[in-house]
Design a protein around this ligand. Structure first.
Ligand SMILES: Nc1ncnc2c1ncn2[C@@H]1O[C@H](COP(=O)(O)OP(=O)(O)OP(=O)(O)O)[C@@H](O)[C@H]1O
Ligand SMILES: [Mg+2]
Length: 282
């Protein structure tokens, strides 16, 4: 039984560099954060290093990338030193990643039902028939109305929202203790988005696990997450409780907040986000 008081994930001083034709690009610079049994949002504009941070935790960087850190620990696993073979069993089973477009995470030549059932066979050592029953139950659990039919669909035949729910049902079987969701709902329309978020929310609470929720939608993160990390040019510029976002002190966060359209206080013009090169330094 893992120690409930310890964070699930702890990252200290992590940097990620990519070689490029014009020299080395440091996409993530000295970031430190921890994730407990909570939903931690990472926000920041395009290119600020959010996805790179998520992928580094999963060790899903291209081989040319250089990841250095003082510590990267997931439960009892030293992510900096564990073997690639061990990493393969950790990915999907103990840390799950949900991507913007689930079609890329699913095997295109296998029906979605077979893929979920495979997880049940691997994870729960279920027999074929038992795995099918588990799969149908999980599809129902994520509000898929016609699980028998959906079981036999191929990934290209499912809609974005259904694809997200299929990914979640796979997670329900593999019971990870950390979920990394990278813009998981940005391709969904508002009603499906709410459904997917509430299924995720229930999952986190019910299983008492942790989540990293990557998004550039400040309003969404504010309402969905417990804590928010704000990234700018590869650095964490501020970290605070979601409920206290209004009290943010960093000028970049303040700028993001002021740039939000508000129904309560309509403005003729939206603020232009101001940036200061010094925020990207030490
Ligand atoms: N494989 C790669 N090779 C070279 N540079 C990369 C690679 N992946 C990311 N980068 C660079 O790292 C920086 C951060 O990229 P990242 O994808 O993490 O941003 P992001 O915050 O997720 O942005 P978005 O909101 O657009 O998804 C960018 O400058 C990007 O060009
Ligand atoms: Mg990204």
């Amino acid at each position: 039984m893992p120690d409930q008081s310890q964070p699930i994930l702890s990252v200290k001083n992590m940097s990620v560099q990519f070689p490029s034709l014009s020299g080395v690009v440091t996409a993530v610079k000295n970031v430190s954060f921890a994730v407990g049994r909570e939903k931690v949002g990472i926000i920041g504009e395009s290119g600020s290093g959010k996805s790179t941070t998520g992928r580094a935790i999963m060790r899903l960087q291209p081989t040319t990338a250089k990841v250095v850190a003082d510590e990267m620990r997931f439960e009892d696993v030293d992510l900096l030193r564990t073997s690639e073979a061990d990493m393969r069993t950790i990915r999907g089973r103990r840390i799950s990643m949900i991507l913007q477009d689930p079609k890329y995470s699913l095997n295109p030549v296998m029906t979605v039902g077979e893929q979920i059932a495979e997880t049940a066979i691997l994870h729960e050592r279920a027999g074929r028939r038992q795995a099918r029953e588990r799969t149908l139950a999980m599809l129902e659990r994520v509000n898929i109305r016609d699980p028998q039919r959906v079981f036999d669909l191929y990934p290209h035949e499912v809609s974005g929202g259904m694809g997200q729910r299929i990914m979640i049902s796979m997670m329900l079987i593999s019971s990870p203790s950390l979920i990394i969701a990278d813009e998981p709902t940005s391709a969904l329309d508002v009603t499906v988005r709410q459904q997917v978020l509430s299924i995720l929310d229930d999952l986190i609470t019910e299983r008492n696990i942790g989540m990293v929720f990557i998004s550039h939608d400040l309003n969404l993160v504010k309402s969905f997450c417990d804590r928010v990390i704000i990234m700018y040019a590869g650095r964490i510029v501020e970290e605070l409780e979601a409920a206290k976002l209004g009290e943010a002190t960093h000028p970049y966060t303040r700028g993001l907040l002021q740039a939000l359209p508000s129904l309560d206080h309509p403005r003729d013009r939206l603020e232009v986000l101001r940036r200061d090169p010094s925020w990207a330094e030490a």
